[in-house]
Design a protein around this ligand. Sequence first.
Ligand code: FES
Length: 223
Amino acid sequence: MCAYYQDGKERIKKGDIAFYLMNEIEILEVKHLKEHKLMDISYLSNGHHISMQVPYQTVMDDIKLRTRTSKKPKDPKPKINEMGQEVVEGFACKPKDFDPERPIMHYKTLLLLCDDERCGKAGKTDKATQLREILKEMGLNKGKNRIKISRTGCYGACRFRQVCQVTENTKVNGNPENNALWLRHTHTFDEAQWREIFTLLSTDESLEKILDKKHFIPMKVYE
Ligand code: FES
């Protein structure tokens, strides 16, 4: 279903520059006319737009390829942030169309992970980033059951490091049972434990009913 230059190997393609009977031509269009099994070749010669039709597989003895412009590289796929916006090149999530009034992204649960000096050192690794990756895998980084991870400064509860406060969005669909819980020594939790916690939070199970009491920070009124 093609037409070939005189060498019988190169197909005639749109954008090619060729010699046709000593004239330089530019191939403007190459179309299949399926019904008639013809190739319709349009080209520019001395400023004239000319078309010719030849049967499929014709080798054009009078046309010799001179240059072929390399294909334009495809535009790389634009990076899209979790809010579905195109991201500024070089940034992780900065949107191209900045709207100062754009609502923040809904979350059902907010985990406030202390990343200050003592808790941060206990965690050693960048825990927040690791947890966000797990949430992405679990599909809990967006949508109505989204779990948001934010780093915080010192809570003054360093003895329980690494401290993580659980906050539920009770104005919308957060589970009051899990609101205002404080988890301790979370730097010792492995991935399986975090996955379990994320699953419990997203399915509205009570953390206190399922997790060991030792994971929670007690609270009392000091007079
Ligand atoms: S550094 Fe985390 S509670 Fe103090």
